[in-house]
Design a protein around this ligand. Structure first.
Ligand SMILES: Nc1ncnc2c1ncn2[C@@H]1O[C@H](COP(=O)(O)OP(=O)(O)OP(=O)(O)O)[C@@H](O)[C@H]1O
Ligand SMILES: [Mg+2]
Length: 304
């Protein structure tokens, strides 16, 4: 499979601060690639370099075989961008925003209006086309930004937290649309804080923290390798007590008001804790998930 984006020892510095620290990755054409990581991990910094919005500091980064650079107009014309901030013109209507954006991709006013209508239908915004952007709700604006990212029929669509702030229905709509795009051959690069979103959409995931890539793989492979098969959530017991008690049956991690025991033998863990000297208030067995992988790799503490 051909790589559409290739990064080698890629770095981003802001002054002396290193936001992206020598990362390597390859995005294969036609796939969905996800960057996960806590706040400040360097996801948006990486995305902005891929989108040719900010220059790389060192290493190499190619998109469609060409070096990514803010002047790389040929790259930009084949790419749709859904940035973390929306950059919509609030005084203009929904349609005007789309038409204006279409110009950049070389569409005439008529072509952009027609394509805009299709996209508003695609994102279930057709009734809003003559409203000013300032009259839209936050979720509608987000859907408009996704529609706008598609106006130039991009070969590569890059989305930085596309569903942040969307209600569950809108999120399902976006997932459906992104899957359709991927099936039609569009390559997707996304960042998200919703692990379910990454698990559903992505073929390949990288987990970043403090500018470095910690792990990479398919969602199911990462879950199996890092978290194991199952998790037992435990309420009402101390981390040290559970750790001592279960020994080598699993790995324990504190999770706010509960503990998670990652294990391949959930039944044995439950039996052991139910017959121990101190009983839990409550337990729940569930399949291990990408959320467990994320928390195991990046820890449970908040980033500054
Ligand atoms: N323009 C900038 N100037 C200086 N520092 C910056 C700039 N943009 C980002 N940073 C810093 O770089 C680091 C990475 O930021 P980045 O926005 O890439 O993180 P992120 O992974 O996208 O986080 P989030 O999940 O919160 O969106 C942070 O410490 C941030 O403060
Ligand atoms: Mg970000």
């Amino acid at each position: 499979m051909a790589s559409i984006v290739t990064a080698r020892r890629l770095q981003k510095r802001y002054g002396r601060f290193e936001a992206v620290r020598s990362i390597d990755f390859d995005v294969e054409e036609g796939r969905c690639f996800a960057f996960l990581g806590p706040n400040g991990a360097g996801k948006s910094s990486t995305i902005r370099m891929i989108c040719c919005q900010s220059p790389i500091s060192s290493g190499t980064l190619t998109v469609f075989g060409e070096p990514a650079d803010p002047h790389a107009i040929r790259i930009k014309r084949q790419m749709g961008v859904v940035a973390q901030e929306d950059y919509l013109d609030r005084e203009l209507t929904v349609e005007e925003n789309l038409v204006l954006h279409g110009r950049f991709y070389g569409l005439s006013g008529g072509e952009a209006r027609e394509r805009g209508r299709e996209l508003l239908t695609f994102m279930q915004l057709d009734t809003k086309s003559h409203n000013r952007v300032k009259e839209l709700s936050g979720g509608m604006r987000r859907r408009l930004v996704i529609a706008r990212g598609l106006i130039g029929r991009p070969r590569l669509l890059v989305l930085d937290e596309p569903t942040t702030g969307l209600d569950p229905q809108a999120r399902l709509l976006v997932w459906t649309r992104l899957r359709e795009l991927r099936q039609s051959g569009v390559t997707l690069i996304v960042t998200t804080h919703y692990m379910e979103e990454a698990a559903r959409l992505a073929d390949h995931v990288v987990v970043m923290d403090q500018g470095r890539i910690l792990e990479a793989g398919s969602p199911s492979e990462l879950v199996e390798r890092i978290a194991g098969r199952e998790a037992v959530d435990v309420w009402g017991l101390d981390e040290a007590v559970v750790t001592n008690h279960i020994g080598s049956l699993g790995r324990v991690q504190a999770r706010g008001d509960s503990l998670a025991v990652l294990t391949n033998r959930a039944e044995a863990v439950v039996n052991l804790l139910n017959t121990g000297p101190m009983r839990p208030e409550r337990m729940q067995v569930r399949p291990a998930s990408l959320e467990d992988v994320f928390l195991l790799l990046t820890g449970k503490d908040l980033r500054e």
